[in-house]
Design a binder for this molecule. Sequence first.
Ligand SMILES: Nc1ncnc2c1ncn2[C@@H]1O[C@H](COP(=O)(O)OP(=O)(O)OP(=O)(O)O)[C@@H](O)[C@H]1O
Length: 281
Amino acid sequence: MTQEKPLAEKGNRAPAVASRAEASAREGAEPLLRTCDVTVTYDTFEALHKTSLTFEKGQVTALIGPSGCGKSTFLRCLNLMNREIPKCKVGGSIDYHGRDINTRSENLFELRKSIGMVFQQPTPFRKSIRDNILFAPKRHGLVKGKDECDALVEEALRAGALWDEVKDKLDQSAHALSGGQQQRLCIARTLAMHPDVVLFDEPCSALDPISTFSVEETIREIAQTGICAIIVTHNMEQATRVSDRTAFFYVGDMVETGPTKQIFSAPKDQRLQDYLTGRFG
Ligand SMILES: Nc1ncnc2c1ncn2[C@@H]1O[C@H](COP(=O)(O)OP(=O)(O)OP(=O)(O)O)[C@@H](O)[C@H]1O
């Protein structure tokens, strides 16, 4: 991968969901997040070696590769979650809004406002649907008063493609929702913070095909509003359905990256060709 100059400085706060589509159309795709030579070790084991990737606004990037190749490890670098793992060290730089965030001084509480994450298992809080959406915005002091709260709840649930299904039961427990609805609630909860990057770690692996379709559609829709979405998936059909770009990982190396169509129709590296033809999985 070629070395590039630092990204241009941009505002730290992402625009509201409603205005992102216009902003995205006006500005077109642009680099937002870039890793350079990111290496991760767990104690003495190097799980990821010198990984350099660039992610753009409004694009979905799929991270694919066989089990244990370092996809989730890489994803966790992007919001500095590996810091919470004892004896895990992350080297290299992670350039976000023109600054290297892979530093001890980075404020994680602030960073995770704008780089959200959705996990494999839906993880709604033991609270009402409304309170799931409002929990983080209230903690960060981003909303006050009933009208603002109601508007944000509706905006986030619409963006998570859940509003029509839950608008009449906002005070019911989130745990009463189906698995697919819970996952879309988790996406909506993330979107309530107006992130500009959302990380998805196998978001559909616990879901049935209909819920999977719905979550995939939601990922496409949020990317159309200008959000940069990065998804780890084992499912190659999912990668082709949902992503613009794909990066293939193999035994701790990012081996090949490019537009998804090209990766799947004209893979260059022999290991990627073997993976796509099912020689290993
Ligand atoms: N907390 C940890 N401590 C030690 N080793 C770890 C830890 N997390 C991951 N690893 C190791 O790092 C390597 C990469 O794991 P990672 O989970 O990133 O791979 P992956 O490609 O996401 O795999 P999968 O698709 O199975 O989830 C594996 O060898 C794994 O055992």
